[in-house]
Structures are given as C-alpha cells and as structure tokens.
Design a protein around this ligand. Structure first.
Ligand SMILES: *[C@@H]1O[C@H](CO)[C@@H](O)[C@H](O)[C@H]1NC(C)=O
Ligand SMILES: *[C@@H]1O[C@H](CO)[C@@H](O)[C@H](O)[C@H]1NC(C)=O
Ligand SMILES: *[C@@H]1O[C@H](CO)[C@@H](O)[C@H](O)[C@H]1NC(C)=O
Ligand SMILES: *[C@@H]1O[C@H](CO)[C@@H](O)[C@H](O)[C@H]1NC(C)=O
Length: 405
C-alpha cells in the first residue's frame, strides 16, 4: 500500500518538476464545456446566409461569457451558465476554472505559438462600472474597461478599430465598420494567432496557385508545401480528408477537414458533430502526406450577440430584460454587441524539419492533401482537450484568376 503511494508521489513530483502542471477539475470541466460551445456556436453561425470565412475562439467566447456571468444577476447570470453547460457550477469555480483554462492555453512560451488576446468592455458614457466588477473582470478575464460616446459615431468606431489594431501589432486593422445598437454594453475581443508548426514548411517552396472558392470562381493565393509524416485519415464513405498538423511542442494541433473536391461546406458541417470529430481523430494514422496549404492570413470579425442569444442567452441581449447590475450597480445595461475578431496567419515558420527520414522509404508514395478549395479547420489543444479555434476558409484574400477553360 505505502509502496503504491510512494510511486504515486514520485510520479507527482516528476510531473510537477516537468512543468507539466495538472489542470484543476474546474478548468478541465470548463475545457470540456467550451468544446461543446464550439460546435453549437459554429453550427449556429454556419446557418447564416452570405457568411463566408468563420473564425472563432471558443475558449475566448467562454471567457467572455464568464464576464457576463460576473456582471449579471439572477436569471441573466444563470442563463450564462446554461449556455456553458455549467448550471450546477458555483460562481467562484466557474470564474476560476475559465481563468485557469485561458491562462494555460494562451501561454505563448509553453506552447510556442503566438497568441495575443485583448479584451475590452465598452459602456455608454452614462455608465459607471463598479470597482469590484472592474477588479474581478481584470483578474479573471483580463478585461479592460472603457466608456465610449456614440454621439460621434465615426470617432467612436475609429477608436475601437485603432485599439484593436494597436493591440494586435497591426494584424487586425478593423473590428467593425459600423455599430447598430449603440445604447448598451459592448464586448470586443481582438486577437492575433500564428501557429508555429512543429515542422516548418519549405520557405522557398512557395508559389502562386489557384484556390477554387467555387466551381466558377478562382482566386490566386501563395501556397506552401512540404511532405512529412502526419496523422491522416481518408473517409471514403463521406468523401473527405482529415489531417492533423502538430504545432510546436505538440501541445496542440491544427486539424483540417476537407472534402475531396470543391463544394459548399454545408454537407461537411452537417456531419461535423463533436462525436464525429472524435471518431475521425481516433482513425488518424501516421502516413506520409504531401501537404500544400494556402500561405495566407485571414482577418475575420463576427458580432456574436445574436448567435449567443439564439444559443440561450436571451436575457442579457434584451434591453427590457437584462440585469447586468453587477457591472454598474444599476440595471442600466444590456449586452448590445459582442465583437469577436481575430487575425490568423499561416506561414512557413516552425521548428526544423526531421531530415533523417528524407530519401527513405517512409516518405514514398505520399497521400496528397492539396488545400485548394474550402475546408474546415480547428486548433485543438492536446492537454486540456479544448478547442482554441474553429473556423472555415472559404474565400482567402487574393485576386480573381482568369478562366483558363
Ligand atoms: C454581485 O456582486 C457582488 C459584489 O461583488 C457579489 O457579492 C455578488 O455575488 C454578485 N452577484 C452575483 C449574482 O454574481
Ligand atoms: C507559461 O509557461 C512557462 C513555461 O512552461 C512558465 O514558466 C510560466 O509560468 C507560464 N506562464 C503563466 C502565466 O502561466
Ligand atoms: C518557438 O520556438 C522557436 C525555436 O525555439 C523560436 O525561435 C520562436 O521564437 C518560438 N516562438 C514563440 C512564439 O514562442
Ligand atoms: C498529443 O496528441 C498526440 C496524438 O493524440 C499524441 O501522440 C501526443 O503524445 C500528444 N502530445 C502531448 C504533449 O500530449
């Protein structure tokens, strides 16, 4: 008995000295809940007509919901927990769990990715944010607070966009061109994410190729290439490929789900439940894969207010029902906007390649993963099982190519 305990103790010590700190139960369950939120939110957004690229960070959305819970009272606050599937979780555990999760997954040093996250809560000039709320939302969610006067709409928009640009080192020049509802609280998330691949792509093997937005519309994009050993699965029944590219330190990976040929992503999106993703991931096998990926950056901004309302946050977004009085001490606020904006840059950079397998049989007859048409992607965290990003690339930036047919 004591021997087992001793072994356990040694393992614990080994794990801690490794810097591999265990996640608390609260953070673990929030990671799980935010992964469910990822699929609910993605599906809700995908229903939107005329929406092309999607890019959301479910863990950041979850922490913004945490902020709403912090500022909300009674049913306005409890609805947040329902959306996060955390009805039974105590407030302090919710906030501590979400804060721990975000700190863990956004640690650039430990994870060797660039992920800058800046959050701001804007209120109309008439509002006075309560000191406690300001303190706690800074502590748990790293939120800044600011008042904004929309009487001069143009300069209000300018100041929001300038802030977002500055905090992302210019990668995200614009959060929004316009704000419809100017009489309430406004959440703004501004992010810049750049994966550092576990094995870099060839810096010099970048060329312009056509990306088929649809069967009749092609844009020219730079493509980067490399062949290596990757987790790969070809789902022949559903005519799609699943590919996992680890990011540096292998603590997270970027997962691609791409149909064989160009098509609207609706069919794949219908298939893509959380359980289906797990099934696909369980079928990945290490294979030689020749990958060609657009070397592009995407800047996407969504107003999630309506979508969160549709997922059950009906009170916070409703001026006549919202009780956010823990934000200001008065019942004078509702959630008018939730701007969630990110820039993601896919580049060749990464750790050195494993050259020992070059010229060996291992790279013979590679599978082809040629990403020249719309696909879905996720950044999945290995340690917490949370989803750092989920999105789709439908229309990369690039000039229209002439029809060559
Ligand atoms: C509102 O804020 C007060 C003071 O910070 C806190 O004690 C209380 O628990 C909060 N209420 C809710 C519903 O969060
Ligand atoms: C980030 O990770 C590094 C290396 O593992 C660690 O030393 C540091 O304390 C972490 N930072 C935070 C804020 O947790
Ligand atoms: C990732 O690691 C590489 C190699 O150690 C280093 O050059 C790069 O700056 C790191 N990037 C980040 C964001 O930590
Ligand atoms: C990440 O996941 C992969 C595949 O499931 C596994 O082989 C690898 O050991 C994991 N890495 C870490 C750091 O957990």
């Amino acid at each position: 008995m004591w021997l087992t305990n001793l072994v356990t103790l040694c393992l614990l010590v080994a794990a801690t000295t490794n810097g591999d700190k265990q996640l608390s139960d609260h953070a673990t369950s929030m990671a799980d809940n935010s992964a469910s939120l990822a699929f609910n939110l993605y599906h809700n957004m995908a229903k939107e007509k005329n929406l092309e690229n999607i890019l959301i960070s479910p863990v950041v959305v979850a922490s913004s919901l945490g902020l709403v819970a912090l500022g909300g009272k009674s049913s306005t606050a409890s609805q947040v927990k329902t959306v996060l599937s955390a009805d039974k979780v105590k407030d302090e555990h919710l906030h501590a769990g979400l804060a721990e999760l975000l700190t863990e997954v956004s640690n650039s040093t430990a994870r060797n990715v660039t992920w800058k996250i800046s959050n701001r809560l804007y209120g109309p000039s008439s509002v006075n944010f309560a000191d406690d709320f300001v303190k706690n939302s800074k502590k748990h969610y790293n939120y800044e607070h600011s008042k904004i006067n929309f009487r001069d709409k143009r300069s209000a928009l300018k100041s929001i966009n300038e802030w977002a640009s500055k905090t992302t080192d210019g990668r995200l020049p614009e959060v929004t061109k316009d704000v419809e509802k100017t009489d309430g609280a406004m959440i703004v998330n501004a992010m810049f994410f750049k994966p550092h691949w576990n094995e870099q792509f060839h810096h010099k093997m970048v060329d312009n190729r056509g990306f088929l937005v649809s069967r009749s519309y092609t844009v020219s994009v730079p493509m980067m290439h490399r062949t290596g050993i990757y987790g790969f699965f070809e789902d022949t029944k559903n005519s799609l490929y699943v590919l996992s590219i680890p990011l540096a330190h292998k603590m997270s990976s970027m997962i691609f789900i791409m149909p064989y040929h160009v098509e609207s992503l609706e069919r794949l999106e219908k298939l893509m439940t959380r359980a289906q993703l797990d099934t696909w991931l369980s079928k990945l096998e290490d294979k030689a894969v020749a990958i060609s990926l657009p070397k592009v950056s995407m800047e996407v901004s969504h107003n999630l207010q309506k979508h969160l309302g549709e997922l059950g946050l009906t009170e916070a977004v409703d001026k006549s029902k919202a009780d956010l009085s823990n934000m200001s001490g008065k019942k004078d606020l509702y959630l008018a906007n939730v701007f969630h904006a990110s820039a993601m840059e896919w580049d060749t950079e990464g750790n050195p390649m494993d050259t020992s397998i070059f010229g060996t049989d291992k790279l013979k007859n590679p599978k082809l993963f040629y990403a020249d048409h719309p696909f879905i992607f996720l950044v999945k965290d290995n340690k917490t099982n949370s989803i750092l990003f989920i999105g789709r690339l439908v229309r990369p930036k690039g000039d229209k190519m002439r029809d060559e047919l």
